[in-house]
Design a protein around this ligand. Structure first.
Ligand SMILES: C[S@@+](CC[C@H](N)C(=O)[O-])C[C@H]1O[C@@H](n2cnc3c(N)ncnc32)[C@H](O)[C@@H]1O
Length: 242
């Protein structure tokens, strides 16, 4: 246990080269990420992220760490839910993505990655991560780190796209994520980097370990009440309690 996926052929030779490739990919794609979110996903991202955080137990007054915050899509939804009495810290290894986030929100961001968070033990009530689990090096190490920074009773909400099991779901996903989104991304931004970012998005969804392995790793890291909720078998929300 366990990498979220094997090395992606044609992107990097070995898994050791993955962090450098992922860093370069998001550094180049950062200026386009918000536009793709608005156009490619019909602007539904904010409402969905907010609802998912609420379903996982995010409440006013909580202290939140949003891992892989990127341009701040989950971070902004969390800020709305915790209100003035709560707080949200965004963490991401990519300065380019966080520079974009600062254009939209005046919140605290720190550089760091999921396996090594810039945070003390038991210092948060809630941890979120949106669409980045595929990019970590090791699932178990990541979930152990999440367990470390949460106070007892603290909750996690991990959003991820899953390769659906059904034939219809898979055909839809291939059309939407593999074919349509990269093409639309290139069309609206004019950027080959934006297209590559979204091609890699699908490649890692396609290669990712199944939900059962993710749930197993969360459980092995010491969490309880570990569960997955999924819409259409594609939009997954992993929830657990420390
Ligand atoms: C697809 S974006 C997700 C942004 C945002 N959370 C959202 O919901 O749209 C993926 C982010 O994961 C970050 N990332 C890549 N590797 C990471 C790691 N090992 N730990 C934490 N974040 C990572 C990237 O820099 C990028 O900002």
């Amino acid at each position: 246990m366990s990498s979220p996926h094997e090395a992606i052929a044609g992107r990097y030779e070995s898994k050791l080269d993955k962090p450098e490739y992922v860093h370069s990919l998001f550094e180049r794609g950062a200026p386009h990420y918000e536009t793709i979110g608005k156009v490619g996903f019909f602007g539904t991202g904010h409402v969905y992220r907010r609802a998912a955080l609420k379903r996982a137990g995010l409440e006013p007054g909580m202290k939140v760490i949003d891992v892989a915050c990127g341009t701040g899509a989950v971070t902004r939804a969390a800020i709305e839910l915790v209100g003035k009495t709560g707080s949200v810290l965004g963490v991401d290894p990519n300065a380019g993505m966080m520079a974009e986030a600062r254009k939209y929100s005046d919140i605290e961001f720190k550089e760091g990655n999921a396996e090594n968070l810039p945070a003390g033990d038991e210092s948060f009530d809630f941890l979120s991560m949106g669409y980045a689990l595929r990019h970590v090096d090791n699932l178990l190490d990541t979930f152990r780190e999440y367990h470390r920074v949460l106070r007892p009773g603290g909750k996690i909400c991990i959003l991820e796209i899953t390769r659906p099991k059904s034939k219809v779901g898979l055909a839809f996903s291939k059309f939407y994520f593999r074919d349509l989104i990269p093409a639309v991304s290139k069309l609206v931004t004019g950027s080959e980097d934006a297209r590559e970012m979204m091609v890699y998005y699908w490649e890692t969804i396609d290669a990712c370990v199944p939900p059962a392995e993710i749930l197993e790793a969360i459980d092995a890291a010491g969490f309880r009440d570990v569960k997955r909720r999924a819409d259409l078998g594609i939009f997954s929300e992993y929830q657990a309690v420390k």
